[in-house]
Design a protein around this ligand. Structure first.
Ligand code: CP
Length: 316
C-alpha cells in the first residue's frame, strides 16, 4: 500500500510554506530529525554545486546552509555582493543565470523585496532549484521548518492541544508568516498573537488567530512563545514610541513568563535585541530553545537541500 510519502509531488523549489502539503512538511521534519540523530546519507549531494546568494545580511541562515551543503558533500560558493558585478549594475536575474551557466544547480537566496526570490525562481533553468532564505516580509520557509522541528522535539508531534503565542513585530516579520503557515498546516490547537496595533499586519495574515495587545493576558497558560525581533530595518518612523516603552509593554521577562504554562518553551529566531524583546535571563534561561533552534537549522537545511537536489527522500 502507498504511504503519503510515496505519492508526494517532487519539490522543485522551496519558496514558501503556505501551500506546502502537510505530508511534505512532515516528511521534511522527519528527514531533518534523522540528521539531528546523526543518521542519513551524508554524500547525497556529492558533485553538486550550490551558491548562497544573499542580498541582505545574515549569520544563522547563511552559515547553516553552507554547513548543511558541505555536510551533504556539495561544493559551496558564497556569493559576496560587496565585491560582485552587482556593484556595476548587473541584475539579480543576470547574476543567477551567469552562476547557473557555470554548472551551479542550487541557489539559496535572500533579498529585501517581497516576491523577489519567486521571480528569480521563475527565471531559472529547468534543472535549477532555489530556496527562499528570506524575502522582505513575506516568507522564510526554512526558519518556519526549524521552528516546527524545535517545537515538535519539545512538545511532541500532536500540535492539536498546543497553545502558541507569537509576540511582537508581526507586521514586518517573514518568520511569523512562515510559522503561521506551518502551525496551521500542523493543526496547532490555538494560535495567539500579541503586539501593539502599529505592528500588526493588515489583510488575512492573522486569520484564525486570537489577537491581543495585553501581553500578560495573552501569556496565560501558553505552551510555547515565539518572540519576534523588532525589524527596525523595515520599519517606518514612529511605529514604536521608544524601545523602553516597547520593552515595558511587550518585552518577555522572567516574572511575565510565569503567566505561561510551567513547562512553556521560549523561542526567538534571532538575532535578538536583548533587553528589548526579551531579557538576558529569559533568553539564556532553562525554558529558552534559542540555541536549539539554531542547531536544528543545520539539519532542516540538509533535509531541504537533499530533497530538492538529491532525489527522493529515503528512510533513516
Ligand atoms: N533567523 C535568521 O534568519 O537569522 P539570520 O538573519 O542571522 O540569518
Amino acid at each position: 500500500m502507498n504511504t503519503a510519502k510515496d505519492v508526494l509531488e517532487p519539490l522543485r523549489h522551496l519558496l514558501s510554506l503556505e501551500h506546502l502539503p502537510r505530508a511534505q512538511l512532515i516528511a521534511l521534519l522527519d528527514r531533518a530529525q534523522c540528521f539531528v540523530d546523526g543518521e542519513g546519507d551524508r554524500a547525497a549531494l556529492a558533485g553538486i554545486a550550490i551558491c548562497t546568494l544573499f542580498f541582505e545580511a545574515s549569520t544563522r541562515t547563511r552559515l547553516s546552509f553552507q554547513l548543511a551543503a558541505q555536510r551533504l558533500g556539495a561544493d559551496v560558493l558564497n556569493f559576496d555582493v560587496s565585491t560582485s558585478s552587482t556593484r556595476k549594475g548587473e541584475t539579480a536575474r543576470d547574476t543567477l543565470r551567469t552562476i547557473e551557466a557555470m554548472g551551479v544547480r542550487g541557489f539559496v537566496v535572500r533579498d529585501n523585496e517581497d516576491g523577489s526570490v519567486a521571480a528569480l525562481a521563475a527565471a531559472a533553468g529547468p534543472g535549477t532549484a532555489l530556496v527562499n532564505a528570506g524575502d522582505g516580509r513575506s516568507d522564510h520557509p526554512t526558519q518556519g521548518l526549524l521552528d516546527m522541528l524545535t517545537l515538535r522535539q519539545a512538545k511532541g508531534a500532536d500540535f492539536s492541544r498546543l497553545r502558541v503565542l507569537i509576540v511582537g513585530d508581526v507586521k514586518h516579520s517573514r518568520v511569523a508568516r512562515s510559522d503561521l503557515h506551518a502551525l496551521r498546516t500542523l493543526g496547532a490547537g490555538e494560535i495567539r498573537v500579541c503586539a501593539p496595533p502599529s505592528l500588526l499586519p493588515v489583510g488575512d495574515t492573522l486569520a484564525g488567530c486570537t489577537v491581543s495587545h495585553d501581553l500578560d493576558a495573552a501569556l496565560e497558560g501558553v505552551d510555547a512563545l515565539m518572540m519576534l525581533r523588532l525589524q527596525r530595518e523595515r520599519m517606518e518612523e514612529g511605529l514604536v514610541s521608544s524601545l523602553e516603552d516597547y520593552h515595558r509593554d511587550y518585552g518577555l521577562t522572567a516574572s511575565r513568563l510565569r503567566h505561561a504554562a510551567p513547562d512553556a518553551v521560549v523561542m526567538h529566531p534571532g538575532p535578538i535585541n536583548r533587553g528589548v524583546e526579551i531579557t538576558d535571563e529569559v533568553a539564556d534561561g532553562p525554558q529558552s530553545l534559542v540555541l536549539r533552534q539554531v542547531r536544528n537549522g543545520v539539519a532542516v537545511r540538509m533535509a531541504v537541500l537533499e530533497t530538492l537536489l538529491g532525489g527522493p527522500l529515503r528512510p533513516c
